[in-house]
Ligand binder design. Structure first.
Ligand SMILES: [Zn+2]
Length: 255
């Protein structure tokens, strides 16, 4: 399996990061994408990737960080994005649920990163909360050429159709175990080539939410839900979602 979205640089992994990565391998995770969503995280993400060749990096400015990051950082971000271990731009988008940054700052950084993704031919990792209409409107206007993923997808079938038209995939993780009816319907209706797995570790632990911290190895709790909804065997679900993630991030064949 490939965990397409995690935050292992988070300080909640400082004490046992290598054990967490060990457990991920034992659970069948062959590759993961570390999301370095703020300037201060990029160096730590590279330090992790330097030791673990099966870690790729996504660089960007999270909507919640967008009020703190000066516009001049875009040039630095362009440099970060050209590193060979970097496979995507983000996570970016709009978050109107938490009021961590003015909407104008969020939208300016969202558009700047969509433009950068196009310039470099990289996919976009989209974070959206309580801002679905506004986020889709920007994407449908800008139509990023390399597509991307709607991270932490938790919406219904109508959104699947709009994401498909944009060439976007759906990031499925802990939410899939929370019994959200519209999401389950969406996952059943979506074309198989749109589905990728993610954890968003350390957030969004899958049920039974017993550890109070998510980690990539807990994809093993998500896969059975996906199998039940799609009628797939675990091997099929693994093969299909892995192929989709490889295609999206253009990961090497061994990933
Ligand atoms: Zn994230």
């Amino acid at each position: 399996m490939i965990d397409t979205h995690c935050h292992l640089a988070d300080k909640r992994f400082d004490r046992d990061r290598d054990l967490v990565l060990d457990r991920a391998r034992h659970a069948g995770v062959t590759h993961l994408v570390e999301i370095a969503y703020a300037p201060a995280i990029v160096e730590k993400a590279h330090a992790i990737a330097a030791v673990h060749p099966w870690v790729s990096i996504c660089v960007g400015v999270h909507p919640g960080e967008s009020g703190k990051v000066p516009d001049a950082y875009l040039d630095t971000l362009r440099g970060h994005a050209r590193h060979p271990r970097v496979v995507a731009i983000g996570e970016t988008g709009l978050d109107f649920y938490r009021d961590h940054a003015p909407r104008a700052d969020q939208e300016r950084w969202f558009r700047a990163q969509a433009g950068l993704a196009d310039e470099l031919g990289l996919p976009l990792v989209i974070h959206q909360r309580s801002a679905l209409a506004e986020t889709l409107a920007v994407l449908e206007e800008m139509r990023p050429a390399a597509g991307g993923v709607l991270h932490c997808f938790d919406d219904g079938p109508a959104v699947v159709e709009r994401a498909r038209a944009l060439g976007f995939k759906l990031g499925l993780g802990g939410c899939l175990t929370y019994g959200h009816a519209a999401l389950e319907e969406a996952v059943q209706a979506a074309p198989a080539d749109m589905l990728v797995l993610e954890t968003d570790s350390p957030y969004l632990e899958p049920e039974p939410r017993s550890l109070r911290r998510n980690e990539p190895g807990l994809l093993a709790r998500v896969l059975p839900r996906l199998c039940a909804l799609r009628g797939w065997t675990p091997a099929e679900a693994d093969r299909i979602t892995t192929a989709n993630a490889r295609a999206l991030f253009r990961l090497p064949a061994g990933a």
